[in-house]
Each structure stands twice: as C-alpha cells, then as structure tokens.
Design a protein around this ligand. Structure first.
Ligand code: C5P
Length: 395
C-alpha cells in the first residue's frame, strides 16, 4: 500500500520548492496530496499542485465537497505524515497555540499522523523570540523540524530562514516513513514479459506471460532509489515511472537491448519468458491456408540466444544476476540446474502447472541458491519484488 504524505503549503516565496518535494516523494512511490492556506494561493494557483499530484488540492475550510462534508477530518485521517513545507512564522505560531482558523491548521490539530515542519521566513522573523519559543513548544510536543538553512534570502537579507533543500526534506520524510532507499546509486536491469516470434505477417509463437513480476521489480527498484532499465516484450502494462522502459518484440531484439546495458548493471533480474525457438523463415505477407499449407504445417524452428546464460557467463565480480525458472515439475532440481548452467547467483523457481503464476497478482516461489532452497509463502508480486531485491543485495 502506498504511503500518503499530506503537504501543507503556506504563503512564502519558497513555495516553488514544494514542487520538487512532491516529485521526490512520488519518485519514491509515496502519494503526495496538498492542502494550501488561502494566503499561499497568492503565490501559486492550486492548479499547479493538482496537476503535479493528480489529486484534488484543498484550500477552504468550508468549500463544498460532495460526499466529504467534514474535509479536515478526512484529510487528517488520510495522512501517514503531515509535512508543512514551507511553513511560515504565522502558521508555526498558530500551531503552537492550537489555533485552527483555516483548513490547514484545523487539519493539523485533528491529525494523529506525525507532523513535520520545514520553516522558511526572513531571518529576523526566524530569530524572533516568539518564533523560537513557538518552535520549542512544538518540539516539546513531538513535532519534528527540518531546520531552515542560512544563506541569501528572498528579501535580500542574509541569515537563517531559507527553506531546507528539497532533497533534504524528501530524505527526512522518507526516513520517517521508513521507506527504504537502499538501492541509491545502483543500476538495475530487468527483463520482463513474453517475446513474440513471428511466423508470417500476422501469426506468431509466444506465451501468456503478463510481465507483472518484472514490472513490479522495476517499480520497487525505482522506489528504493535505483537507476532502472526495464526491457520488456509486448505486455498490457504502462511504462514504469522513473525507469527507462524499452519495448521489444522478439528474443533477438531483447538480446540486443540487454547486451548494451548489462555491463553497467549492478543487479540484473531476468524475469522475461523468452521464447527458446523462433521460426527460421518469416513470411513477408500472410501465409494462406490451402496455398501455403506446406509452410504452415512444417514450421522449422531455430534456437534463440539464451540472454541470461550469455550475460551470466559475462558476469563480472560484484554483479548480481537473478534468473527465473517456470517449471511444471521438480522446481528445485530444475532451478538448480539452471543456476549452474546459466551462472546465476540465484534462481526464483515457480510452479506454473495448472495455469499458476502466469497473469496472476500473487505468486508462491522458491529462492534457489547453490546450496540452499528457501520456500516463500504466497505473496503479492509487489511484495515478492522487494524480497527478490533484498536477496540480490545480500549476495
Ligand atoms: O531455460 P529457461 O527458459 O527455463 O530459463 C529461464 C530463465 O532464463 C529466465 O530467467 C529467463 O528470463 C531466462 N532466459 C533468457 N533467454 C532465453 C531463455 C530464458 O534470458 N532465451
């Protein structure tokens, strides 16, 4: 389940930096929703935040919202964390005194979620005893602060009061939400989906792989901070936001794409159900029944490149290669045989007999290493993606 950060926005020049905070949170798989003070709408129209978050933006305490009559309560319950960035001296003062005279402050008073404040204001306002005491009061009540930075301020003064860098705010929030960023700086390559091997202009050999597992791994890797390339055969899934998604049709095309990125990858996960063979001849047009029966009934096949085996043999020290084994019997023995033959670090073995796994949202697998086989419980492909990435990091 995605975590939700409610972002309270107040009237301060630093408001434009909130856009970057939203993008940073979204990149880490966090849902961002904005509540603005009336004053802040003088700086930025709510439409900008609505477009960025693809969520309604709340402003007025008494705005009519059909189906949601008590908006501050629904907002306060939706939030896993309430971040106020930028937060003015005025809103800090109101929060310190329990004043709830607009939607933002009323929501802050009502929420049970942790509140994090990133102040931004003129240096004199920041250093004013009133502001300092208000911040101290809020700190003593368990409200977290992301300290303002010192530097050149919008008003021309120099001193403390500049909003912390958006990347610092995003990291602090992710840490509080316990969102893992353990793949930061790592390159992850994932293959996914089936391949399609044409017989003629309309017919082909393929399989029912949905690509869901590979896409889930790519999504999880992006959320955990990796630089991700996803090479996928034809599937009915949208590009993974934050990853480079490369769409191919045939095994040979997939091989060429993987070949160009594999050497730079730290972790490569081969989930694609690659066709082992392809027709040796592909007819230009559509073969006609009754005319081309010889070509239609005797399709000669040639072997496709084994992408995992080729890359596995090329693997350098420090690179982790993960393969999949879809089996209809003796999963462990077959997976182990593949592990050795393809030089993978581990193989995710799954039983695909009786239509299991293909296209489903859940899967039950066996993690097979050289001298171990760990059965995992039935879990969602999203959870499995994280377990596979955890195992890859442990290699
Ligand atoms: O040999 P088999 O197809 O069962 O091996 C499955 C594993 O090998 C999967 O990880 C799959 O992505 C990979 N593979 C590949 N290229 C092929 C065949 C399989 O990368 N031509």
């Amino acid at each position: 389940m995605k975590k939700t950060v409610l972002i309270g926005v107040t009237a301060c020049v630093a408001i434009y930096k909130t856009c970057e905070i939203i993008r940073g949170l979204q990149k880490a798989g966090v849902r961002a929703k904005v509540v603005m003070t009336e004053h802040s709408t003088n700086f930025i129209n709510p439409t900008l935040f609505r477009s960025l978050t693809r969520e309604p933006v709340a402003v007025g305490l008494f705005d009519d919202r059909p189906g949601d009559p008590i908006h501050h309560i629904s907002l306060s319950k939706e939030a896993d964390l309430f971040l106020i960035a930028p937060c003015t001296a005025n809103v800090i003062a109101k929060l310190a005194h329990g004043i709830a005279d607009d939607l933002l402050t009323t929501t802050a008073l009502a929420t049970k979620a942790p509140i994090v404040i990133a102040p931004a204001m003129n240096v004199n306002m920041y250093e004013n005893v009133a502001t300092q005491e208000n911040m101290e009061t809020l700190r003593s009540r368990g409200i977290a602060f992301i300290d303002a930075e010192s530097g050149y301020l919008a008003c021309g003064d120099v001193g403390k009061g500049r909003l912390a860098d958006p990347s610092v705010i995003v990291s602090a929030v992710l840490e509080m939400l316990e969102v893992k960023r353990d793949l930061e700086g790592k390159r992850v390559l994932v293959t996914a989906g089936p391949t399609v091997e044409p017989i003629d202009a309309v017919r082909f050999i393929s399989n029912p792989s949905s690509g869901k597992t590979g896409f889930a791994i790519a999504e999880a890797a992006v959320r955990r901070g990796a630089d991700v390339t996803l090479v996928t055969g034809p599937v009915d899934l949208d590009d993974v936001e934050g990853a480079k998604t490369v769409r191919v049709r045939t095994a040979c095309e997939m091989f060429l794409e993987v070949d160009t990125v594999f050497d730079d990858a730290d972790i490569a996960v081969f989930t694609a159900a690659v066709s082992d063979f392809r027709p040796s001849i592909v007819a230009d047009g559509k073969l006609k029944k009754g005319i081309d029966d010889e070509a239609l009934t005797r399709i000669e096949l040639v072997e496709n490149p084994d992408i995992l085996a080729t890359m596995g043999k090329r693997k350098r020290a420090g690179q982790v290669v993960v393969g999949f084994a879809a089996e209809t019997g003796d999963v462990e023995a077959n997976a182990r045989e593949k592990l050795v033959r393809k030089n993978a670090d581990f193989i995710v073995g799954n039983d695909v007999s009786e239509g299991k796994a293909f296209g489903a949202d859940e899967n039950q697998v066996l993690l097979v290493t050289k001298d171990d086989a760990k059965p995992l419980p039935l879990m969602s492909k999203a959870d499995l993606a994280n377990v596979i990435l955890d195992a890859a990091l442990e290699q």
